[in-house]
Design a protein around this ligand. Sequence first.
Ligand SMILES: [Zn+2]
Length: 160
Amino acid sequence: MAVTIQFSQGAVEPLHLSNAMMAVLMDTLCIAGSLIARTESEINILLKLAEQDASVLGDGLNGFDIGVLLSGFDAFESGNFLYRVSSATADTATLNMLPYKTNIELLKNAAEHFGKLALAFASTGSAKLLSIPAKVKPHQQCSLHNIFIGRYGCIVCNNN
Ligand SMILES: [Zn+2]
């Protein structure tokens, strides 16, 4: 069974992934994101993303629409943030925190496609100078994976 991540309002092809690759992409996005996030809304985007993880949804894998995921966030800022996160999924700093080995080429392909979807969403917003982040309240993070912990806990701990 495959999972689909799409942006139904954009022209980029949907991203189809195996269940296993979906899990790897979600884990690495959350790890990379935790290393990059600097603002409250970036942390909230990561928490929202982690909530899409299949292991916490009892009803099987459905994938998600980036436009729905990021609704309520500034399109330009949130889309660009997820693009930057997708570009860092195969970085050494990210992979060092992944508790299993994965196929780097497959991960890079999936992350690159995800990045295109994120940019397509960003392009629906209006470009602006990115604001200087306000001081962020400390947020609880997994001691093993650095991941911001939402109501379902750490996505990497949950998947392993
Ligand atoms: Zn963890």
